[in-house]
Design a protein around this ligand. Structure first.
Ligand SMILES: *Cc1c(COP(=O)(O)O)cnc(C)c1O
Length: 473
């Protein structure tokens, strides 16, 4: 008797359906197979047995509905998919071909090699995170990046917390709970992800006092709003939009001068957002306020992110006057916002590159920003040539990259893009996102575009291979 698809020839030449349930292996037999042994190595016997059992149950239910029994390979891949969907890590590295250097959805700043080494070093074993090696007793985790931050910014003291949203909340809660904070109507911004300055103020228990208008705020507006209930004057950087036309804004230096005339003096707070240490104009960009300028202009506390233009790990950095920083350190909320050892290690290593003066070469974010037009054109052309050689229609076109991540709004950098014409560009983009490693391109004019600026050089080979595998399966 020869088996055919789903039936057997009987000796009289007719066919009879065999019982499809009988074609399914038993759970025990299934677990003996080599393919499943590999899954057991990855996910453990218990999980594989559970998933194999539910896949078998589902298959039996389908057979009941009239479906055929799946063959062995199909069965194994159903079990693998089921396991991967539940248990494979969901956080995956990917290739950012969007040309947005600081992409919040894609994890913001990639870290420098030195930062990653420093993280691994402290992660591998124990460290003196909160231990004074000289005295042999408890120390403070907050000392670790402080001296570097003070040297780089000119501030007296510094404190690092979990992110800048936490830094702003902590500062307002500590300095202004149940009191008033004066802010310009032009700076009541939403940063993204629901982070709105008025909400943060409310959360921290401070009362918001709006002054000026959306487009114009003058020093007088602040001066008139000050009363014995006032705790601070807050300035918030317009990270993600520009105010143009008939406008007037007040500088930190003017606020500092105003605050200093009062007794006791008011705190001048500056939420810088991206807070760069390098002068962005040297890379052909507009001026993004530096942390040093904020300190020099007289801000009592300046808050900024670790993973925006600083190019380090996620962190919220507060620099400024020692008396305020000490107050922040004593505040119980600080304990809830504290950073872990790997963050501090990466931050120290990142800051050290600025001390050495090698940040523009060492820190990926700045390397990407400072990539020359010539260099980017060559890379895009090389990609296109490699794909054409493999029979794929590929072109290059000029385009623009963005800094993104709440810095330099509206600013673009000229680049050259790899462009793949596609009948269904959104489908191709989705296939690339679902490939491993995932590649995230952008789409314009029915073209799927890849910007070499944000693709790490060491990822290029893998990216081209993924493109080929996806385009010519
Ligand atoms: C980005 C940003 C924040 C939030 O910083 P996170 O580090 O993302 O928490 C706050 N304020 C401003 C002005 C920003 O640009």
């Amino acid at each position: 008797m020869a088996g055919t698809a789903g039936g057997f020839f009987l000796s009289d030449g007719s066919t009879a359906m065999i019982n499809p349930y009988r074609q399914l292996p038993s759970l025990d037999a299934l677990l003996q197979q080599d393919d499943l042994a590999r899954l057991i190595d990855r996910f453990g016997r218990v999980a594989v047995r559970d998933h194999a059992r539910s896949v078998l149950d589902a298959v039996r239910a389908r057979i009941q509905q009239g479906a055929e029994a799946p063959d062995g390979n199909r069965l194994v891949s159903e079990i693998r998919e089921s396991l991967e969907q539940e248990l494979a890590p969901s956080l995956l590295p990917l290739i950012n071909a969007t040309g947005v250097v600081l992409h919040t959805n894609l994890g913001r700043a990639p870290l420098s090699a030195a930062a990653m080494r420093a993280m691994t070093d402290v992660a591998h074993g124990y460290s003196n995170l909160e231990y004074d090696l000289k005295e042999g007793r408890r120390g403070s985790r907050y000392v670790h990046a402080e001296q570097l931050l003070c040297r780089l910014t000119g501030a007296e003291a510094a404190l690092v917390v979990n992110n800048n949203a936490a830094a702003v909340t902590l500062v307002l809660r500590t300095l202004a709970a149940d009191r008033e904070v004066v802010i310009s109507r032009g700076e009541l911004v939403e940063i993204g992800g629901g982070f709105r300055i008025p909400d943060i103020l409310r959360q921290s228990g401070a009362r918001l006092v709006e002054v000026g208008t959306t487009n114009r705020t003058r020093l007088d507006d602040y001066a008139h709003a000050i009363n014995p209930q006032t705790a601070a004057l807050l300035k918030v950087h317009r990270s993600n939009f520009r105010l143009v036309g008939f406008t007037a804004t007040v500088e930190i230096s003017e606020l500092a001068e105003l605050a200093a005339q009062l007794e006791p003096p008011l705190a001048v707070l500056n939420d810088l957002g991206s807070g760069t240490l390098l002068d962005s104009t040297q890379f052909g960009l507009a001026y993004e306020p530096t942390v040093q300028d904020s300190v020099l202009a007289g801000a009592d506390l300046t808050m900024f992110s670790g993973d925006k233009l600083l190019g380090g790990p996620q962190a919220g950095i507060i620099v400024g006057r020692k008396t305020w920083i000490e107050q922040l350190r004593r505040q119980p909320l600080t304990r809830a916002l504290r950073v872990d050892k790997t963050t501090l290690a990466a931050l120290q290593a990142t800051l050290t590159a600025y001390i050495r003066g090698t940040a523009a070469e060492e820190i990926p974010v700045w390397r990407m920003i400072s990539a020359t037009a010539e260099e980017l054109r060559k890379r895009a052309q090389t990609w296109a040539a490699a794909l054409r050689e493999a029979g794929v229609a590929a072109e290059v076109r000029t385009g623009e990259s963005m800094v993104g991540g709440g810095s330099l709004p509206g600013q673009t950098l000229p680049t050259t893009l790899l462009a793949l014409p596609a009948e269904r560009p959104h489908l191709l983009a989705q296939q690339l996102r679902l490939a491993r490693p995932a590649v995230v391109p952008r789409i314009e004019d029915d073209m799927v575009l890849f910007d070499p600026r944000t693709v790490l050089v060491e990822q290029e080979g893998l990216m081209l291979q993924t493109l080929l595998n996806t385009l010519r399966p």
